[in-house]
Ligand binder design. Structure first.
Ligand code: NAP
Length: 458
C-alpha cells in the first residue's frame, strides 16, 4: 500500500511519502537501541518531567494537530481535538503513576522461601515495536508509548500507511519534550517489512492494534522469535437494552456508541440487542436519532459523522449491508453511500438478521448498527457471546439481578453498565477470544513490557 495522505472527505491525494529503505530502517533501530541504553538509567522523576513537557507540546499544538488528523482520516474536528488532549492526559497519568505501578514488591514472609528477604522488581525490556492502526492515529500510539517510555523502554512505530503525517508528528514529539534522541522512532515501512523488524535481535517485543489477520501474522512471527506480543484486535461489541433501562438515554448513547469516530472504533457498540418488551420503542428512538445525524465535512463544526477513512473501508461496509439486504434484512434507516465525493456512508440501522449474513459475524467498521429483538436475558447473552470477538460490551438496566447476570456471563474484556465503552488511562483495556490478548492502560499496561525480576537473598 502506498504511504500517503488521501483526504477521505474529497478522495484526493494530499501528499505521498517515500518508504524508508533498509539502511534508514537500520539507522532508526540502532538509534532506538542507543536511546534505550541511555533511557533505562534515568529516573522516573526525569522521565516524568520529559513526559509532562511532551503533554504540554500536544496541548499547545492541539488545533493544528487535530486539523492534520481530520484531514488525514476524516473524524470530526472536535473529536480530533479530544483525541489530542486525551493523549496529553495519558502522558500525565503515567508521568504521575509509573513509579508506583512499577515499585518493588517485598514478600511478607521471606522465611517461607528460606530467605532473609525476597522481592520482585520491574525492569524495562528494551526496544518495542508498535504496529498501529489509523482510526485513532495519535491515541492508539500514545497509549502504548507513554507507559513504555515511562518504564524505560524505547519505541519503534510502524503506523498505518494512510496516516503518515500523524506518524511523522509522533516521530519527533517525545524528543521535543526532552527524551533522548531515538527514544521513539517512526519507520515508514509497509506491512511486509514488519517481520524483519520483529526478528531483529535488538527488538524485544511487539504490540499490534489492528485487524485480526494482521494480529495473527504478527503474533506468529513474534512467537517463532520467542518475543512477547500484545494484541488489540477487532470487536463486535454487544449493546444490550433491558426493560428497566432509561430508553431515551439508552438510545442517545447507542447512537454515540455506534457513530463516534465515524463508526470506526474497535470498542463501538455494533450489535444492539433490545428486550422484546421495549424493542419497538427503542428501535423507533434509535432509528430516528441515527437518521437525524448531520453527515458532512469533518472540518465543519456542525458535522457529527464524517467520511470513512478509506475507499476500501467504505466499499467493504457497503458490501456487508448489501449482503444482508439480499438475504432478507430490513434497513430501518440509511443503507447507502450518499452521492458525493469522498468515502461517505449513511448512518444505518439494520434489523431482521439471520446467521447466514456476513454482517452478523464480521466486524462492521463504520456507522452501521445491527438491531435484534430478544425474548429474555438468556437470548441476549447467547447472541452477545456468539461472535468470535470478545473486546467490550455494554448493558442498559436498572435491575440488580440483570446487572449481576451480565457482568458475570458476558465473554468480553469489559462490561459498561448504563454507558458506552470508553478507554480511560485509569482502567485496563483489552480483549479475549479473537479480540486479542494482553492489556493496555492503567497498571497492567505499563507492566506488559517489563521483565518481572525475582530477587532472593539468603
Ligand atoms: P489493519 O489493516 O490490521 O492495520 C493495522 C496496522 O497493521 C497497520 O499499521 C497495517 O499496516 C498493519 N498491518 C496490516 N497487515 C499486516 C501484516 N500482515 N503484518 C504486519 N502488519 C500489518 O487494521 P486497520 O484496518 O488499520 O484497523 C482497523 C482494525 O483495527 C479493526 O479491526 C479494529 O477493530 C481494530 N482496532 C482494534 C483496537 C483495539 O484496541 N482492540 C483499536 C483500534 C482498532 P498498513 O496500513 O501498511 O497495511
Amino acid at each position: 500500500m502506498a504511504i500517503a495522505t488521501i483526504n477521505p472527505t474529497t478522495g484526493s491525494t494530499e501528499q505521498t511519502f517515500e518508504a524508508h529503505d533498509a539502511a534508514e530502517v537500520e539507522r532508526r533501530i540502532a538509534e532506538a537501541q542507543a536511546a534505550f541504553v541511555a533511557l533505562k538509567s534515568t529516573t522516573y522523576a526525569q522521565r516524568g518531567e520529559w513526559m509532562r513537557a511532551t503533554a504540554e507540546i500536544l496541548e499547545a499544538e492541539v488545533d493544528d494537530v487535530a486539523r492534520m488528523v481530520t484531514i488525514e482520516m476524516g473524524k470530526p474536528l472536535g473529536q480530533s481535538k479530544g483525541e489530542v488532549l486525551k493523549c496529553a492526559k495519558n502522558m500525565r497519568f503515567y508521568a504521575d503513576h509509573a513509579e508506583e505501578f512499577l515499585a518493588d514488591e517485598k514478600l511478607d514472609d521471606p522465611s517461607s522461601v528460606n530467605a532473609s528477604s525476597a522481592w520482585t522488581r520491574y525492569e524495562p525490556l528494551g526496544v518495542v515495536l508498535a504496529v498501529m492502526p489509523w482510526n485513532y492515529p495519535l491515541w492508539q500510539v500514545v497509549r502504548f508509548a507513554a507507559p513504555a517510555l515511562m518504564a524505560g523502554n524505547t519505541g519503534l512505530l510502524k503506523h498505518a500507511s494512510n496516516v503518515p503525517q500523524s506518524a511523522l508528528y509522533l516521530d519527533t514529539v517525545f524528543e521535543r519534550g526532552g527524551f533522548p534522541v531515538g527514544s521513539f522512532r517512526t519507520l515508514l515501512i509497509g506491512s511486509r517489512e514488519v517481520a524483519a523488524v520483529i526478528e531483529d535481535s535488538r527488538v524485544k517485543a511487539v504490540t499490534l492494534t489492528g485487524s485480526e489477520p494482521a494480529g495473527r501474522s504478527v503474533a506468529s512471527i513474534a512467537g517463532a522469535a520467542i518475543k512477547k506480543a500484545v494484541l488489540e484486535l477487532g470487536g463486535s461489541d454487544p449493546f444490550i437494552v433491558m426493560p428497566s433501562a432509561d430508553l431515551e438515554k439508552a438510545a442517545e448513547t447507542a447512537v454515540k456508541a455506534r457513530t463516534s469516530n465515524n463508526g470506526q472504533s474497535c470498542i463501538a457498540g455494533k450489535r444492539f440487542l433490545a428486550h422484546t418488551d421495549i424493542y419497538d420503542e427503542f428501535a423507533r428512538l434509535f432509528a430516528e436519532k441515527m437518521a437525524a445525524l448531520k453527515v458532512g465535512d469533518p472540518l465543519d463544526d456542525a458535522t457529527e459523522v464524517g467520511p470513512l477513512a478509506t475507499e476500501s473501508g467504505r466499499d467493504e461496509l457497503a458490501e456487508l449491508v448489501d449482503d444482508a439486504v439480499a438475504k432478507g434484512a430490513t434497513v430501518l434507516t440509511g443503507g447507502t453511500a450518499p452521492d458525493r465525493p469522498g468515502f461517505f456512508y449513511e448512518p444505518t440501522v439494520v434489523s431482521g438478521l439471520t446467521d447466514d449474513m456476513r454482517l452478523v459475524m464480521e466486524e462492521a467498521f463504520g456507522p452501521v448498527a445491527t438491531l435484534y429483538r430478544v425474548a429474555d436475558r438468556e437470548e441476549a447473552l447467547k447472541i452477545a457471546n456468539q461472535t468470535t470477538f470478545g473486546l467490550s460490551s455494554a448493558v442498559w438496566t436498572n435491575d440488580a439481578d440483570d446487572e449481576a447476570f451480565f457482568v458475570k456471563s458476558l465473554d468480553a474484556g469489559a462490561v459498561f453498565i448504563n454507558g458506552m465503552t470508553v478507554s480511560y488511562p485509569e482502567l485496563p483495556f483489552g480483549g479475549i477470544k479473537d479480540s486479542g490478548y494482553g492489556r493496555e492502560l492503567a497498571a497492567p499496561g505499563i507492566r506488559e513490557f517489563c521483565n518481572l525480576k525475582t530477587v532472593w537473598k539468603g
